[in-house]
Ligand binder design. Structure first.
Ligand code: GDP
Length: 366
């Protein structure tokens, strides 16, 4: 077969993997002008579809961005801030300004202080080597904050192009689709065209002043918990509604299991309460610390699930992280899963997450 190229974005066409870049259904190949499914959907339905690509290809795209003058809009999932962080972006964007957008605010309990969350995001970004011009919070699913972010983008881009970047699952497609509605109303203003001079694989959405908004393919971030579990269980980790706190009064040497995905040992510090912000669909199981190892060995996959029975053998081992809570009200954050708030200082905690998944501390958001 000759190499076929999408006339929309210029990517190489493939017919094997629908979720990967360049996919086109085999039946579409006998048309005169071949477009990939992503361009087809954008053109015909004004809809962005998420596709993913390999790390190497993504780095090529980032290089391309560094060579142009543009505003970078970086989307993170605030429920999985560290897990959904794109490392390396700072090395590639050159001097271009970055607007950091935290998506999925609708999942956070109402009691979360939004200003504190923004400040925390700024601090965290700085620590990760990024200095955004601004931080904004949105719910792309509900539309919250979209108008504000659209205005901010228009202001910050200064007549230049916009690149939207984010790893898979942060809600980048949902976000762009919202923005499109906001700027275009119901009109069909979207065309796709190959953008010469940069790496391929970008989807171009013209803005009204001759500049463009580019959708970049999402990169798979291997640190996300989501990659360790099955599709049906993934729903647990992508909650659609506000998370309700669950409070546990714990004595020293008691353990909580979050399904079979993570574990929280309260080691010492006297009887106290912990507030769990974990999706309601995931069972929290309490036991004595001395029984915890045994319980996990015996019941991972049934009482403690996900992972399911047939996945237990392939599931990464739980890795131990030890913490001393020093600064008063603190969140122990399990990347992509949620967090537990310790109400005061001088508590010793040991937390476990699958290898590759982060556990971090932060000042409580509530
Ligand atoms: P992409 O891979 O980054 O393009 O992400 P998608 O737009 O496909 O969204 C990934 C998942 O997150 C889907 O299940 C969406 O329904 C969900 N999602 C996207 N935006 C939001 C949001 O603002 N709130 C909530 N709760 N879920 C969202």
């Amino acid at each position: 077969m000759n190499e076929l190229i999408c006339i929309g974005c210029g990517v190489k066409i493939q017919t094997d993997e629908p979720k990967k870049i360049g996919y086109a259904p085999p039946s579409s190949l006998n048309k005169e002008e071949i477009v990939c499914q992503r361009c087809f959907r954008l053109k015909n339905y004004n809809e962005i579809q998420d596709v993913s690509l390999t790390d190497d290809d993504f780095i090529k795209i980032l290089h391309g961005i560094g060579d142009t003058k543009a505003l970078i809009v970086k989307i993170v999932d605030i429920f999985d801030f560290n897990g959904s962080w794109l490392t390396g972006l700072n090395r590639f964007v050159g001097n271009n300004p970055i607007l950091l957008v935290g998506n999925k605010v609708d999942i956070l309990p109402k009691s979360v202080n939004k200003e504190r969350l923004s400040n925390w995001m700024k601090r965290e970004a700085k620590e990760l080597g990024l200095k955004p011009v601004d931080v904004m919070l949105v719910s792309s699913a509900r539309g919250t904050g979209i108008k504000e972010v659209t205005e901010a983008i228009d202001h910050l881009r200064n007549g230049q192009d916009v690149y939207v970047v984010g790893c898979t699952n942060v809600g980048k497609s949902t976000f762009i689709n919202r923005i499109l509605k906001e700027v275009s109303g119901e009109e069909d203003v979207i065309t796709t065209s190959h953008y010469p001079g940069t790496t391929l694989d970008l989807i171009e959405i013209p803005l009204d002043d001759g500049s463009s908004l580019f959708d970049t393919p999402g990169i798979i971030n291997h640190h996300q918990m989501a990659h360790y579990i099955e599709k049906k269980d993934l729903k647990l980790l992508s909650p659609k509604k506000e998370i309700k706190p669950r409070v546990f009064q714990l004595n020293e040497k008691q353990t909580l299991f979050f399904g079979g995905l993570a574990r929280f040992d309260y080691v010492s510090g006297g009887r106290t309460s912990f507030v769990c912000y974990i999706p309601a669909e995931l069972d929290i199981h309490r036991t004595k610390l001395e029984n915890a190892d045994e319980l996990y060995k015996k019941h991972a996959g049934d009482l403690l699930q996900p992972p399911r029975r047939d996945q237990v053998d392939d599931f990464p081992e739980l890795v131990r992280h030890e913490f001393m809570i020093k600064d008063g009200k603190t969140d122990i954050v399990f990347s992509g899963l949620g967090w537990v708030t310790a109400n005061d200082a001088n508590k010793k905690i040991v937390a476990y997450a699958p290898r590759g998944v982060n556990i971090t501390l932060r000042r409580s958001l509530i």
